[in-house]
Each structure stands twice: as structure tokens, then as C-alpha cells.
Design a protein around this ligand. Structure first.
Ligand SMILES: [Zn+2]
Length: 229
């Protein structure tokens, strides 16, 4: 073979080898690219799923009064605390069965107390006043269990009940309905900065509203219906 042809053959082999190397590298790159891009796609998916959930929960927004269970107006909290201290000294552990109520709850109790069937189902319920008229809606009334015994219409004070009535009166709470609603004690809003019971109810019912993102959170728990005022 002449020397010129030999050099051409060597160059051709070298060129083929280089081409093979470049093709192999290109193939390796295309294998890497999809796995590198996958995490970005997953993140987008999760963000899309999260925003979808948020949109769903925003749909169920409701307002409810948000005073906690056992709430009374701050103006009478000291009186109630003093009464509880006196009871403790007398060896009595008071069981408060009802304090502040929303007007919706009062309406429900009022409906129940007007139904013979519902009253049989809830023997602890006395004649509940119409919504907008009960001092429970103002945070000026509390119901305390264990004051009287006996069937409805023939109740009598227990020794413990007599002591509770005495202590509550001493601390500014009237036993307003006596044995007709023995659990009920209330203070007068007019002695604590309000013009009337109606005004105190209006203030308490509108002072505190909160928005929940889920309707299920706003649904009140089923509780035993008790009390009157
Ligand atoms: Zn009551």
C-alpha cells in the first residue's frame, strides 16, 4: 500500500472512532434528562393538589358566636368566683350545667320546653324563655345542679341546695324562679353597667363572632337540655 493511502485509512478509522464516542455520549445524556426533570413535575402536582383542597375548604364558611362553655359577662365573673370560693369552704363542689347561651340555643330550648314529647325526653328542662329574653343570652345567668330533689311540681330544697341559694344570694345572684326552676341563678345587668336586660343580650350576642372554614366545626355537640331562663 502506498504511504498516502495508509495515512488516509488511519484518518478514516480515527474519524469513525470519534463519531462513535460522540453518539455514545449523546445517548447517555438523553437517558439522564427525564429523571432530572421528574422532581419538578411532582412538586407542581402537590402544589396543584394543595390549592385544590384550599379552594374546597373556603366554600364552607359560617359564622357562630364564640363565647366558650361556662362563659359569664366579665362584670359578674368576680361575684361568681367569690360564690364558688364560699361553696368550696362549705364543702360544696358546684356543678354548673348551663351559663351563656347563643340565641339559637335558647330558641331550641324554648321549642323543646313547649313540646310535651320533648319535655318528657329532657326531664331536666324547665320552661325556657323565648330567645331574646333570657339572661343566659346576656351571660348573666348560671344553672347549678343538685339544688332540689323530687318530681316536677313537687320539688324541695336539699340541705346542699339551701346552702347554695344562700351563698349565691350573698354574692349578688337572685334565685329568681325558686322551686319552679331551682337550678337557675341570675344577676341584674342594670347593676353592672347595662341599661336593660335587652341591651345586655344584644351586646353579648354580637360581641364575639368567628369564622370557621369547615361547617362540621361549627356544628354544636348534642348536649342534654337543661334549664329554664
Ligand atoms: Zn337558667
Amino acid at each position: 500500500m502506498p504511504p498516502v493511502l495508509r495515512v488516509k485509512n488511519v484518518l478514516m478509522i480515527f474519524a469513525i472512532a470519534m463519531a462513535c464516542c460522540l453518539l455514545a455520549e449523546a445517548a447517555a445524556d438523553t437517558r439522564k434528562k427525564p429523571s432530572a426533570s421528574r422532581p419538578c413535575n411532582c412538586k407542581k402536582d402537590s402544589v396543584a393538589k394543595k390549592s385544590g383542597k384550599a379552594a374546597k375548604s373556603r366554600k364552607k364558611t359560617v359564622s357562630v358566636p364564640c363565647h366558650p362553655r361556662g362563659y359569664v359577662d366579665p362584670a359578674i365573673q368576680k361575684n361568681l368566683n367569690a360564690a364558688f370560693r364560699d361553696m368550696k369552704k362549705a364543702g360544696i363542689r358546684p356543678a354548673v350545667t348551663s351559663a351563656w347561651r347563643s340565641s339559637a340555643k335558647q330558641a331550641s330550648l324554648h321549642r323543646c320546653s313547649n313540646s310535651a314529647k320533648c319535655r318528657i325526653q329532657h326531664p331536666g328542662l324547665y320552661r325556657a324563655k323565648a330567645p331574646g329574653t333570657s339572661l343566659h343570652e346576656a351571660g348573666f345567668a348560671v344553672d347549678i345542679a343538685g339544688v332540689a330533689v323530687g318530681r316536677r311540681g313537687a320539688k324541695r330544697l336539699t340541705p346542699r341546695g339551701r346552702k347554695i341559694v344562700q351563698i349565691m344570694r350573698k354574692n349578688g345572684f337572685a334565685w329568681r324562679y325558686g322551686l319552679a326552676d331551682p337550678v337557675h341563678f341570675e344577676a341584674d345587668p342594670r347593676r353592672h353597667g347595662y341599661k336593660s336586660a335587652k341591651q345586655a343580650i344584644k351586646v353579648s350576642q354580637s360581641r364575639c363572632q368567628v369564622k370557621f372554614t369547615s361547617a362540621s366545626k361549627a356544628r354544636p355537640k348534642a348536649r342534654r337540655k337543661t334549664g329554664r331562663g
